[in-house]
Design a protein around this ligand. Structure first.
Ligand SMILES: [Zn+2]
Ligand SMILES: [Zn+2]
Length: 264
C-alpha cells in the first residue's frame, strides 16, 4: 500500500509540474493544430466534397483516406471557457447561472472517420454516447442523452459554459447543442460540422431564406440543396429542443462500414 501510495504521489507531483509548466509557458490563445496534412479550410480542397473545406485549418487536419474523410483534431474549443481552469490564458469566469462541473478540458487525439460518400441507410441507427460527429473547429458533438439509459440532458445543461459546451470525466470537451461560438460569429445557417454517418449538420436556420425549417424528420433531418451541396443532400439542423443536433444516424455509421472515431 505504501509503495502504491508513493507511486501515486510521485505521479501527482509529476502531473502537477507538467500542468504548471504548460500553463506558465503557454502564450498562444488556443490549441493550434500543427500536423503535416493540414488541408482543412482554404480553397485547395478540390478533392474534398462540399462542406469539408469549412473545417478550420488552425484546429483540424482534413484529408481523404480510402472511403473516408479523416478529420484529426485535439478536440479542444477555440473559445474561452471556465473549463480551461483558473490561470489558463483562455479561462473566463463562469456565467451567472452556471453550475461548473469538476472536469477540465484536456487535449485529445481524435481521428474521425467520416464516410466520403454517405448513403441513406434502410434502417435508422441510434447514436451512441460519446462523439457522434465533429464540429468544424474539431470539437466533438455528443447526442441528446446524459447517460446509458437515455437520461435527458436536463441535469447537465446548467453545466454548459457560455458557448454550450462542457468536458466529461476524461476531459473531452463537447457540444450537445448548437455550437454558438461558431454560429453567433458567422451565421445561424452555417454548416457547423458532420455527423459520423457522413451527412452535414447545419445551424438552426436555412441558408436560402434564414427561416427555421418546418419539415424536419424525427432525426432533425431533411433533404434539399445547400451552398455546399448544390445537387442536394440529406442533412441535419440544430434545434433548441431535443434531439438538439441529430436524433439518430440516417446513414451508415461505425462498425456498419468500419467508420467511427479513435482517440487515445
Ligand atoms: Zn455532456
Ligand atoms: Zn435544411
Amino acid at each position: 500500500m505504501k509503495i502504491k501510495f508513493y507511486k501515486n504521489y510521485l505521479l501527482y507531483i509529476f502531473t502537477a509540474l507538467f500542468l504548471y509548466s504548460c500553463d506558465s509557458s503557454s502564450t498562444s490563445s488556443y490549441n493550434v493544430d500543427n500536423g503535416d496534412n493540414n488541408m482543412g479550410g482554404g480553397s485547395d480542397n478540390t478533392e474534398l466534397p462540399g462542406g469539408f473545406s469549412k473545417f478550420i485549418s488552425e484546429y483540424t487536419d482534413v484529408y481523404i483516406s480510402g472511403n473516408y474523410v479523416i478529420v484529426e483534431s485535439a478536440g479542444v474549443p477555440n473559445h474561452p471557457s471556465p473549463y480551461w481552469g483558473a490561470g489558463h490564458p483562455n479561462y473566463v469566469s463562469p456565467h451567472s447561472t452556471m453550475v461548473v462541473n469538476p472536469n477540465l478540458i484536456s487535449e485529445q487525439n481524435f481521428k474521425f472517420y467520416i464516410p466520403l460518400n454517405p448513403s441513406v441507410s434502410s434502417a435508422v441507427s441510434s447514436t451512441p454516447l460519446g462523439p457522434i460527429g465533429v464540429s468544424i473547429s474539431g470539437v466533438p458533438f455528443y447526442n441528446q442523452y446524459a447517460g446509458p439509459n437515455n437520461q435527458p440532458l436536463d441535469n447537465e445543461i446548467p453545466s454548459f459554459d457560455n458557448y454550450y459546451g462542457h468536458p466529461q470525466q476524461t476531459g473531452q470537451y463537447h457540444y450537445h447543442w448548437e455550437p454558438t461560438y461558431l454560429t453567433f460569429n458567422e451565421s445561424s445557417s452555417m454548416l457547423i460540422g458532420y455527423s459520423l454517418d457522413g451527412f452535414p449538420i447545419y445551424g438552426p436556420t436555412e441558408q436560402s431564406n434564414g427561416q427555421y425549417p418546418s419539415n424536419l424528420d424525427e432525426l432533425n433531418g431533411h433533404s434539399h440543396s445547400t451552398n455546399e451541396y448544390e445537387d442536394g443532400t440529406y442533412h441535419y439542423h440544430a434545434t433548441s429542443t431535443s434531439p438538439y443536433l441529430l436524433g439518430g444516424f440516417k446513414g451508415k455509421y461505425g462498425s456498419l462500414n468500419g467508420g467511427g472515431y479513435f482517440t487515445n
